[in-house]
Design a protein around this ligand. Structure first.
Ligand code: NAD
Length: 312
């Protein structure tokens, strides 16, 4: 299959690209490298440096005979969205709409959208949340993700474009940047490895649902199945406090550096945990990587990366 992955030079997108290549697909990466990295794109994939807002996007998709667009390109910071909601909407709402419009004009069959289970619900009323949970985002980022979902579902009803929406919780793993919506694992790991004090916003008792990036990549492969449609959570279904996460990382890294506490950031929810029952039932996906194993792989990858940075 010919697949375009927007944001394929980023953290999650690059793992998705690798999984698609392993499954035997041809992959075109479309990325403006605003936070992504050229080196994350495997040589077997083709990289075109382009903003997803570009009016030429449709011609590009047509030229490569793209059948499926996997849309990961976005500005991914909740706090940036609170500070600059117009910028966030330009990237995440208008950018997504341009992707769908380009896909429609280029005759693309399916769009897979990376959305966010951690932000579209706002403060959850039920634990874990199912995909039908009420939607009351607390941040412009959550609103933009929801708008991107709704436009895609509308394109599906209007034009028959197949729509698969994957709502991730907090994804972590190798190559995660420290700027992200859910970069807490990467940020803590980076600081602890450098012997610096990590910062916890709020009291650290906020709860998150951490899911390993390799498992997310597998969900994106299953999202190609003919019967995949609509909205699916990709999550661990388990909650962990940020304090407990820090303890796990301190043990793994072998350090006792204590955190500094700073005021809670606006737009962030208190407790987030999502059920993956639908995707398990319909597509046979489940999170296979236990947290200690995923964290150990992440720490090892960060150590390698930081070692390389010191050498070069
Ligand atoms: N990290 C998480 O826990 C998480 C959770 C839920 C959803 N998501 C979603 O997953 C996707 C990937 O996030 P990530 O954590 O890998 O972040 P990332 O910043 O590593 O990846 C985003 C990629 O998109 C590219 N990009 C950004 N804006 C672009 C534009 N306008 N045109 C072209 N390329 C652009 C960046 O250069 C980068 O390579 C995003 O849509 C994000 O909202 C992430």
């Amino acid at each position: 299959m010919n697949i375009a992955v927007t944001g394929g030079a980023g953290f999650i997108g690059s793992h998705v690209v690798e999984a698609y290549l392993r499954a035997g697909h041809e992959v075109l990466v479309i990325d403006d490298l605003s936070t992504g990295c050229r080196d994350y794109v495997p040589p077997e994939a083709r990289l075109v440096v382009m903003d997803v807002n570009d009016p030429e996007l449709s011609e590009l998709l047509a030229e490569y005979h793209i059948e499926v667009v996997n849309h990961h390109a976005a500005q991914v910071s909740v706090s940036v969205s609170v500070e600059q909601p117009l910028w966030d909407a330009q990237r995440n709402v208008l950018g997504s709409l341009n992707v769908y419009e380009a896909a429609r004009r280029a005759g693309v069959r399916r769009v897979i959208l990376a959305s966010s289970g951690g932000t579209v619900y706002g403060e959850q009323q039920h634990f874990p949340a199912f995909e039908s949970h009420p939607l009351q985002p607390l941040s412009p980022y959550g609103v933009a993700k929801l708008a991107a979902e709704q436009y895609l579902l509308c394109y599906s009803r209007l034009y028959g474009l197949e729509a698969v929406i994957l709502r991730y919780t907090n994804v972590y793993g190798p190559r995660q940047g420290t700027h992200g919506e859910a970069g807490v694992v990467a940020i803590f790991t980076g600081r602890l490895l450098q012997g610096e004090q990590p910062v916890i916003y709020g009291d650290g008792e906020q709860r998150r649902d951490f899911v390993y990036v390799g498992d997310i990549a597998e969900a994106n492969v299953l999202a190609l199945l003919p019967h995949a449609h609509g909205i699916y959570h990709c999550s661990s279904g388990q909650e962990l406090t940020v304090n407990a996460l820090l303890e796990l990382l301190q043990q793994l890294i072998g350090t006792a550096i204590s955190p500094r506490f700073a005021p809670r950031r606006p737009g962030e929810v208190r407790r987030s945990v999502c059920s993956y029952a639908r995707i398990a039932r319909e597509l046979g996906w489940q999170p296979r990587t236990p947290l200690p194993e995923g964290l150990a792989r992440t720490v090892a990858a960060f150590r390698r990366q930081m070692g390389n940075a010191l050498v070069s």
